[in-house]
Design a protein around this ligand. Sequence first.
Ligand SMILES: Nc1ncnc2c1ncn2[C@@H]1O[C@H](COP(=O)(O)OP(=O)(O)OP(=O)(O)O)[C@@H](O)[C@H]1O
Length: 308
Amino acid sequence: MSTSSLVETDRLSFSYGARSILHDVSLAVPAGSIYGFLGPNGAGKSTTLRILLGLLPAPAGTVQLFGHDLARHRVALLTRVGALIENPSLYDHLSGRANLEVTRTLRGLARGRSEEVLALVGLTEHAHRPVREYSLGMRQRLGLGLALLPDPDLLILDEPTNGLDPNGIIDMRELLRRLQREQGKTILLSSHLISEIERLATHVGIIQQGRLVFQGQMAELQNLQLTNRQLVVETESAATCRNLLPAILGTAQVTGPGTLMLPYESREQVAALVEQLVAAGQPVYHISCQQPNLEETFLQLTETTHAL
Ligand SMILES: Nc1ncnc2c1ncn2[C@@H]1O[C@H](COP(=O)(O)OP(=O)(O)OP(=O)(O)O)[C@@H](O)[C@H]1O
């Protein structure tokens, strides 16, 4: 276990009955990070997060939180974790403040903590209003407020922006960023949309059919975009060019009658390609370099069957 990871799983596997859901998932969530746990619907994100919170029967493999085994120190470790899983359970007829006060009193937390949390999640102004009047975004922020009451070191949030409108998403993103930067929280959050976490997460784990297919810093994922650049060549007949120059175009994809696509390697590759096409009597009308966006890189990763 590296001391800098707040959450670390080692070859986590889990089945619902005979149905195998997670396969050898080894997560490492660095302290102080905002870790985006990404994957399409049904990939196993919620199942993983529930296991981290001790909400499902013991899986195969190990889970460590704060460097300690969850199975052995469950209660002590989970007091340092705040979670938002599914919709928060709120009392609709009570005010936002009263909702926090119920939990604060039950947990024996200091007076004044509810006010601090209301300020933190930006609900002070609306604290007196009954929760039934809250928008979905306000409900999510209040839910997060409930999780923040005991001042946990780690937040585990399952799709916290799901169903929110663009403003709600921006508010939640800014709030999470502040919690990381100003309060030193480590945040593990799931999402099925890379666009939602692209500008928020410092680290990313991508899960596909229960297997981790990528894990690293957001910058590493962005670098993958660069290595996946494609050269697009417009000529007269793509098939003729491929037949004439099998050494350099043998693996190129024919994407139109006169269009070829092949992985970009270097400027020299482009120069050699143009020279050989012209020498072979083929016209070169246009050459461009296409870079997949992060969404496409994510889709490519989740289409592969290779796991880490
Ligand atoms: N209680 C359950 N019993 C049986 N199968 C389940 C149960 N809960 C989830 N599953 C299955 O486990 C797989 C993973 O589900 P999970 O909810 O972890 O995925 P997810 O990545 O969180 O997806 P989503 O974004 O749709 O919530 C899915 O195929 C789902 O149908």
